[in-house]
Design a protein around this ligand. Structure first.
Ligand code: SDX
Length: 443
């Protein structure tokens, strides 16, 4: 079967061909379709990129209908079951699971970079005690580009990998320092005898004990949550990471941009919004009226729905199981009961079934984080800590992709045609003044 598309332009009767590769046609192949010599040629119009592949990537594979998620070919539930977060971070960044030797070297490299430059701590002091941690994280990561100006040498592989290790290592430190700043607590320096996740918990919660000891069930649960959030192919924040990176910006500023996208309520900010929603519902008997309000369009059911998954988000299933393990330590809070009942009712309701709306990664994660003792305003930072690995893996893949160049989409212009400036004394007074003409006039 020939892998090509035959196109007939009914405007001219002319026929064209566009090769089909990987179930796609190249949008640039539409340009040949013209009505005459002066015609620029056809563009594809795809607001929010509902049906546009922006890149070729070997990092993460999602089958939204089947509810499949794989990192570099490994199934997410296998990775969550059998690997540590740093193992998976190495996999995403390098394409293979690390050998024992590689993992040892990687762990020590990350541990060596967990500290923040003392000036960065003074930078954090500038924030109000109640500043949202995502604003603090984004600003602080951007400020790190001033601490490591050599990071702009993005085509020097050794330098690039050093900045990647620094970012992976410092995100937990920044998160912990944001938390400590809120309560006016002294910052806790990293303890390199602990695991990546154990050290994060140490920097968050160590008080006067000589040595912080993390609860192993909670430490493992958090490590699994980090694995589940590490990458997710071309989501909104990764698209921003690639877009800003395509201008050859340094990785700290790219990560700050990507984290800004993640902060949005429809993206990484949803886990915090889920908790607010469960608090607003309050009791199980109020679920039916809340569901009706969602169906009337008054609210979105936060933590439900996904652009790609039209089946259960495989991460949500694993998080739900992880929640049960966490609750053996922390005890169940009533929100989990509301969440389970909300899910049960929604999955039986035609509005959600017809729209293929299922729980996504954010639906249960917030409940676990809160049970562990994290404040809701930290939840999106907890998403950013592991997602920095995915952002950086995708950024490096983009940099090394010979097909990629600076991202610069086209547009469909809907504004005014050429018009003359109306002298000030006549503006708003006569027929020619601004806004009087129909902007749909051809340019
Ligand atoms: C993440 O892309 C990724 O991979 C993201 C992520 C990652 O790992 O990076 O998976 C992480 O961001 C998960 C999503 C977290 N966000 C939320 O939980 C917020 C609530 N969800 C929605 O806002 C929505 O589902 C999105 C943003 C996630 C997806 O939106 P789409 O793909 O643009 O779908 P849509 O808005 O066009 O919805 C299609 C229909 C609409 O109804 P109709 O106009 O056809 O009548 O479904 C409805 C929507 O109104 N709908 C919802 C809904 N989500 C979609 N209705 C109620 N509640 C919802 N949550």
């Amino acid at each position: 079967m020939p892998d090509r598309l035959k196109i007939t332009d009914e405007r001219t009767g002319l026929q064209y061909e566009a090769p089909i590769k990987d179930e796609t046609i190249r949008a640039i192949d539409l340009r040949q379709i013209k009505t005459g010599e002066k015609d620029f040629g056809l563009l594809s119009y795809d607001p929010a990129f509902l049906n546009t592949a922006s890149c070729r990537s070997a990092i993460t594979y999602i089958d939204g209908d089947a509810g499949i998620l794989r990192y570099r070919g490994f199934a997410i539930d296998e990775l969550a079951e059998r690997c540590s977060f740093l193992e998976v971070a190495w996999l995403l960044l390098n394409g293979e699971l690390p050998t024992e030797q590689e993992l040892t070297v990687w762990q020590s490299q990350v541990k060596r970079h967990t500290m923040l430059h003392e000036t960065t701590k003074k930078f954090l002091e500038g924030f109000r005690y109640d500043a949202h941690p995502m604003g603090m994280l984004i600003s602080t990561v951007a400020a790190l580009s001033t601490v490591y100006p050599e990071a702009r040498n993005i085509f020097d592989a050794k330098n690039r990998h050093l900045q990647i290790a620094r970012l992976v290592a410092k995100m937990p430190t920044i998160c912990a320092y944001c938390y400590r700043h809120h309560f006016g607590l002294p910052y806790i320096y990293p303890d390199n005898e602990l695991s990546f996740t154990g050290n994060f918990m140490n920097m968050m919660w160590k008080m006067f004990e000589p040595k912080y000891v993390a609860n192993p069930i909670l430490e493992r649960a958090l490590d699994v949550l980090f694995i589940l959030h590490a990458d997710h192919e071309q989501n909104c924040s990764t698209n921003i990471m690639r877009g800003v990176g395509s201008a050859q910006t340094d990785p700290y500023l790219c990560v700050a941009a990507a984290a800004s996208a993640l902060a949005g309520a429809l993206h990484g900010g949803a886990n915090e919004e889920v908790l607010r929603m469960l608090e607003e519902i309050g009791t199980k008997d109020r679920i039916p009226s809340y569901i009706e309000a969602v169906k009337s369009g008054k609210y979105k059911l936060m933590g439900f729905g996904h652009r790609v998954y039209k089946n259960y988000d495989p991460r949500a299933r694993i998080i739900k199981r992880t929640a049960d393990q966490v609750f053996t330590v922390t005890g169940e809070n009533h929100k989990i009961e509301i969440a389970r009942e909300l899910e049960r009712i929604a999955l039986e309701d035609d509005y959600f079934v017809q729209r293929k709306l299922y729980p996504n990664v954010d639906f249960y994660s917030g409940i676990i984080y809160e049970a562990m003792g994290f404040r809701p305003d930290l939840f999106t930072v907890l998403f950013a800590i592991p997602r920095v690995v995915g952002w950086l893996a995708q950024w490096e893949e983009m940099l090394l992709d010979p097909e990629q160049k600076i991202a610069r989409p086209r547009q469909v212009y809907t504004g005014y045609g050429l018009r003359d400036i109306v002298p000030m004394h006549r503006r708003g007074k006569d027929a020619d003044s601004p806004g009087q003409r129909d902007p749909q006039v051809a340019v």
